[in-house]
Design a protein around this ligand. Structure first.
Ligand code: AMP
Length: 600
């Protein structure tokens, strides 16, 4: 079929030719004839199907040139789409004198939009909120509107525009034609269709299969500045053997490669400027499995024959939905399983929605693995390694220097473990997302001990934790017996490596902190204080600025402030005996773990 066979007038056919469209797409073939005949049309079709031309051609055919009033109103969910539709109309109307379009959208000054309306424009493409505003102000007259178009109606409903749409439609003449386009058909879309159209011709265009079900598709919302760290965690925790990371520009590709190299990963880059021989060498290395990760731009990756990629990471969202499909098509090939992880920022939501509509799948939103979680996994792995080695190393002797210390074995082991842990977590960097995850965990975490979560609680900090074998019941005992907390005033008790956080009723928190400012827990001298940092970092306080300093607190259990100043919080304050290395005159770090006196 040709465009001419669809019954389109010569001026528009000429424009179509100039624009280079040769044959109509399926949605154009099926929607244009009934629309030209004056019927209402409901088209189920996705972005990329050519739906814009499917409604702009009938709209232009309907417009009476040189009429000052608005004749076609097209509603679209976003400013970008409204602008895009207006541009298509202007191009298509290049040979139609006195016919043009204006985009109308919120978040910007009214003046230019008002000026265009005052000059007289037959086609308005706008977002529902601003269109309604201008209608209410009497600036957008509706009495000459003969055609209403809804583009991406499903997204408009998702964005909560149902009420605005109903109010706009109520103000339009009843004798009008309605063209309705949506990528999906839900009960709410069906109800909208029946409210605003009459006996519509329904057209559904089969969506090509764009992504495969064996590919798990995940989205993480992360600040741009956190992304190298998040990528490192993905490589490590996902045991990425052959990952492919995409970025939109060469500069970002270089930044990613530099960031990962400095963290010791086997990684290389691929971008358009590289000479062919170098590209081939990189590819060879990647195919052989010498690289964990290859970082590329879309252009450089085009035409690459890479199989066997276990994870594709979109370090940035691609600008076009088609690129998303190409990128993730590198994994989960030939029935194998694969993963596609996409990192997005706050500004990417509408682009993400476009991609989701294009592929017809909603991507799974997940929270970034926090430093705390990575640390926990590493810690468990470390314990496993130690246990494995310990069974293999039967009979191996300790160096004399350590044996001569006469420290309890457990204490020595704890110190060594701490040392190994410190080394293993040295490269982990806290990111703001660790903090927000931590907050949301706190809000939903089940009680470890104590009563149900308290309504009005305050976190107490105790400078002793798992390393000293503190258990929830020890903490509860301390607060109830020593501190005099009334029954039911204690909520969650979370014990970390070196500290414990307890939620207590706000009413009694100050007196508990006062009573227990210096006390004994499991034989250790400890102090209890209100944790002001955590208390201030309520979701309400932090939500407005994810870059606030309270969000930037290190993700690891921190030593209490006195320790950070160089003084051990657990060091004996009074007459405790000090043991120190016979060879070492300075206070060794393990003095932090000395017990004052075991309680009977
Ligand atoms: P749409 O689904 O309207 O967003 O269109 C997707 C893309 O397809 C746009 O870049 C259009 O310019 C292009 N397009 C629309 N109709 C045709 C056609 N008949 N032949 C080739 N390209 C087309």
């Amino acid at each position: 079929m040709t465009f001419a066979e669809l019954g389109i007038s010569p001026e528009i056919l000429e424009a179509i030719e100039v624009l280079g469209f040769e044959t109509p797409s399926p949605i154009q073939e099926q929607a244009i004839p009934p629309a030209l005949a004056g019927a209402d049309v409901v088209g189920l079709s996705h972005t990329g199907s050519g739906k814009t031309l499917a409604f702009t051609i009938p709209a232009l055919e309907k417009i009476e040139p040189h009429t000052a009033q608005v004749q076609v109103l097209c509603l679209a969910p976003t400013r970008e789409l409204a602008v895009q539709i207006s541009r298509e109309v202007d191009k298509l109307a290049m040979f139609m004198e006195g016919v043009n379009a204006v985009p109308i959208y919120g978040g910007t000054s009214f003046a230019p939009q008002l000026a265009a309306l005052h000059r007289g424009v037959p086609f308005v493409a706008g977002t529902p909120g601003r269109v309604l505003d201008l209608m209410d102000q009497g600036e957008l007259r509706t009495d000459s509107i003969t055609m209403l178009i809804l583009d991406e109606a499903d997204e408009m409903l998702d964005m909560g525009f149902a009420e605005e749409i109903d109010r706009i439609v109520a103000a339009l003449p009843t004798h009008r034609q309605t063209l309705f386009f949506s990528a999906t058909m839900s009960p709410s879309i069906r109800s909208l269709v029946s409210r605003i159209s009459t006996d519509p011709v329904e057209i559904a265009i089969e969506r090509p299969v764009l992504t495969v079900p064996t590919c798990e598709q995940i989205v993480y919302e992360v600040l741009f500045s956190s992304r190298i760290e998040v990528l490192s965690r993905l490589i490590e925790m996902g045991r990425m053997k052959r990952g492919l990371v995409f970025a939109n520009t060469k500069r970002v590709v270089d930044d990613i490669v530099d960031g990962l190299l400095s963290r010791g990963y086997a990684v290389d880059r691929l971008h358009g400027d590289m000479p062919q021989t170098l590209r081939e060498r990189v590819m060879e290395s990647y195919r052989k499995g010498n690289l964990n990760v290859l970082v590329a731009t879309d252009v450089a990756a085009r035409g690459l024959d890479i199989d066997d990629v276990d994870v594709v990471v979109n370090f940035e969202l691609p600008r076009e939905p088609e690129d998303y499909v190409h990128r993730i098509g590198r994994t989960a090939r030939a029935g194998r399983k694969g993963r596609a992880v996409t990192l997005i920022g706050r500004r990417d939501f509408s682009l993400l929605a476009r991609i989701e509509r294009f592929i017809g799948t909603r991507l799974q939103r997940e929270k970034v693995m926090t430093a705390q979680a990575v640390y926990q996994v590493r810690r468990e792995a470390l314990v496993d390694d130690i246990l494995e080695l310990a069974t293999e190393m039967k009979g191996t002797k300790l160096p004399d220097e350590l044996r001569d210390l006469e420290l309890p074995q457990e204490q020595l082991l704890a110190a060594m473990f701490e040392l190994l842990e410190r080394r293993s977590r040295r490269d982990l960097q806290p990111i703001p997302e660790d903090r927000s995850e931590h907050l949301s965990e706190r809000r939903t975490a089940p009680s470890v001990a104590g009563s149900d979560s308290l309504k009005d609680s305050v976190p107490l900090f105790i400078n002793a934790g798992k390393l000293l074998h503190i258990r929830p019941k020890d903490v509860a005992g301390l607060l109830y017996k020593e501190g005099g907390a009334p029954k039911g005033s204690i909520g969650d008790i979370r014990i970390f490596l070196k500290h414990t956080i307890v939620d207590v009723s706000a009413e009694i928190a100050p007196s508990l902190a006062k009573n227990l400012s210096s006390c004994s827990l499991c034989g250790y001298e400890v102090n209890v204080r209100i944790d002001r940092n955590r208390q201030d970092a309520t979701p309400e306080n932090t939500a407005s600025s994810s870059r606030s300093t309270s969000m930037m607190r290190p993700a690891f259990p921190q030593a209490p402030s006195s320790r950070r100043r160089g003084k051990s919080p657990l060091a004996p304050r009074s007459s405790s005996r000090r043991r120190s290395s016979s060879k070492n005159t300075s206070t060794p770090f393990y003095s932090s773990f000395k017990k004052r006196k075991k309680q009977p």
